[in-house]
Design a protein around this ligand. Structure first.
Ligand code: URA
Length: 277
């Protein structure tokens, strides 16, 4: 290793994508030789300097790991937690590489979560233009009607920006855990905004009582239970990489449709042609 910018060192070591590494630095979560560093241009040498993120020593990446975890509820999708709550990393006994979660699930959401130290793949999978589709099963108060579902399909304004079109349906056949007065909704979204599914369903009057992610891009596994984890198979990884390499076919168009129209340039009359003599 040589002297390099800190964000490059972190992404090459598989700690996070460069973009996320910059955030970690700005948040003061990175220390070099015991001192927190917030300056974006700071350089260091991984062979010489003692670099830590959230108290975990950064080492040169040895092997790329791709782990599919079934996150239980009551578990943080962060590398560490100041309140000392259980994190997804606590569940990965025996994994020596510095893997980190691709996107996040709420503390009270369960389901499939990918963890890796492949910074390039993680960046692609979380990039808004390449973002993979994520499918959730939500238990909600009451049964949403066709009008509610249509609003969700078209997009719900959240924080001043409409969500991208989503696929949504009611699970019509009885769900084994369904309670009286409750509906079960299957929702596929293509973004990872904060508490997005909960807020979309709340916005149409059906707050969520239980939320489970059943698919992440092409990855799904009905046999996995809370706390289970496994390495991706070669085929899964191949399909995931292919999927990350291109935007969803209709996603660019969807994103364009959601872009605000550019303000029109102020009207300027054309100069009149001078009368010819
Ligand atoms: N949407 C949510 O509301 N919560 C999650 O954990 C994931 C998506």
């Amino acid at each position: 290793m040589s002297i390099q910018r800190l964000q490059k060192i972190l992404s090459q070591a598989g700690v996070a994508s460069r973009r996320t590494a910059e955030k970690l630095i700005a948040e003061g979560r990175v220390t070099v030789n015991g001192k927190p560093v917030r300056e974006m241009g700071t350089k260091a040498d991984l062979d010489v300097d003692h670099i830590k993120v959230d108290d975990r020593r950064v080492k040169a990446a040895q092997q790329l790991r791709y782990i599919l975890l079934y996150k239980p509820t009551g578990c943080m999708t962060t590398l560490s937690d100041e309140k000392r709550r259980r994190t997804v990393i606590d569940l990965l006994r025996g994994v020596k590489e510095y893997v980190y979660p691709v996107g996040r699930l709420d503390y009270d959401t369960e389901g499939l979560l990918l963890l890796t130290n492949d910074g390039d793949l993680a960046a692609k999978l979380t990039h808004p233009r390449h973002g993979v589709d994520r499918t959730y099963e939500a238990h909600v108060a009451g049964i949403p009607d066709e009008n509610d579902l249509e609003k969700i399909r078209k997009g719900i304004p959240l924080d001043g920006k409409r969500t991208l079109p989503a696929d949504v349906a009611i699970l019509t056949k009885g769900h084994p855990n369904k309670r009286e007065g409750e509906g079960v909704v299957v929702l596929t979204i293509r973004e990872g905004r904060n508490r997005q599914v909960r807020r979309m369903l709340e916005a149409v009057g059906h707050p969520v009582s239980e939320l489970k992610r059943t698919k992440f891009g092409p990855l799904s596994d009905k046999r996995m239970k809370p706390g289970d984890w496994r390495e991706l198979t070669g085929d899964e990884l191949k399909v995931l990489k292919a999927r990350a390499a291109r935007p969803l076919p209709d996603q660019a168009a969807q994103a364009a449709a959601h872009r605000r129209p550019r303000p029109k340039a102020p009207y300027k009359p054309k100069p009149k042609p001078k009368p010819s003599r």
